[in-house]
Design a protein around this ligand. Structure first.
Ligand SMILES: [Zn+2]
Length: 292
């Protein structure tokens, strides 16, 4: 018997849910539901400096208003620091990480290279970085096709634990997905660049890599990602029009749906990732300007 499908949507609560993240949430939800899988919400609040419980609750409320409910209790990354510490310790023993007290300025000065001295004084605040690996990674993305990551370009010593003591997304996401037995990741194409680092971590931990598929990124009229950084606003809760328009960017047409419930049922039938093949960006249409 094959492993049961387990998918997830894992937002960072640094702001309210915006249109771009609704599209991502829907893609992961529809993929899971169409394959009779479980869909799990996980709150990626590992960055305690930027995430707030207020936004976490607001995101969950908004998802639920679109009838996107987690099939299992919602986990919060901030509760799992001990697990991340344990994995970091393992990497330290394998000599796959190094302490670094470089500042952004000193890295720029050395063209991104770490002068040996950065690793010698661990009495000063330091981060822990993954050592570069020389190998290339090739990955077959069900939507984006063959992705080739040739190192060292892609794996540039990412930080796993920051100077301020917080763990990075890179480490946390791999540990969490493994602990929750996630089998399928459906996420935005902006995360393609982090894939090689994650594949490398899976390899170091000896874990099976989940299927990873990247859906097109919604970009605004100036070509920038619809994101919190680009001031995307909160979407309305439980708004059928917003849902129909979000599904439109996944090549799903449910304009005749009269309720959110009906729209989701029709969308689950229509979801066909092969319609998105090789598309990494979709420009937001003029009529949807007021949704972001
Ligand atoms: Zn350094």
């Amino acid at each position: 018997m094959s492993t049961p499908y387990r998918g997830r949507f894992a937002p960072s609560p640094t702001g309210p849910l915006h249109f771009g993240s609704l599209v991502s949430a829907l893609a992961s939800y529809l993929d899971a539901k169409q394959k009779n899988g479980r869909w799990i919400i996980r709150i990626e609040d590992v960055d305690g400096a930027r995430c707030t419980p207020f936004f976490a609750q607001q995101i969950i409320t908004t998802l639920n208003s679109y009838q996107l409910y987690s099939d299992e209790p919602i986990l919060y990354q901030s509760n799992f620091s001990a697990a991340y510490e344990a994995k970091l310790y393992e990497l330290k023993k394998q000599l796959k990480v190094f302490p670094c007290n470089c500042t952004r300025q000193s890295l720029t000065k050395h063209n991104g290279h770490h002068p040996f001295i950065c690793q010698s004084d661990t009495s000063r605040p330091h981060s822990w970085r993954l050592k570069s690996c020389q190998q290339s990674y090739e990955y077959q993305d069900p939507i984006q096709g063959r992705l080739l990551f040739s190192n060292d370009l892609e794996i540039t010593s990412p930080v796993l634990k920051r100077k301020d003591g917080y763990f990075s997304y890179q480490l946390a996401v791999v540990v969490d997905d493994h602990q929750q037995n996630i089998t399928h990741l459906v996420r935005g194409a902006d995360l393609i660049e982090t894939t090689a680092q994650q594949l490398y971590l899976y390899e170091l931990f000896g874990w099976v890599t989940p299927s990873i598929c990247h859906i097109p990124l919604i970009v605004n009229l100036s070509g920038d990602k619809v994101s919190k950084q680009n001031h995307a606003q909160a979407i309305k809760n439980g708004n059928l029009h917003t849902l129909i328009r979000a599904l439109h960017y996944l090549k799903i047409n449910v304009t005749n749906a009269t309720s959110i419930n009906e729209a989701l049922i029709l969308a689950t039938q229509q979801w066909n990732p092969s319609k998105l093949i090789s598309i990494d960006k979709i420009k937001l249409e003029e009529q949807d300007q007021d949704l972001i």
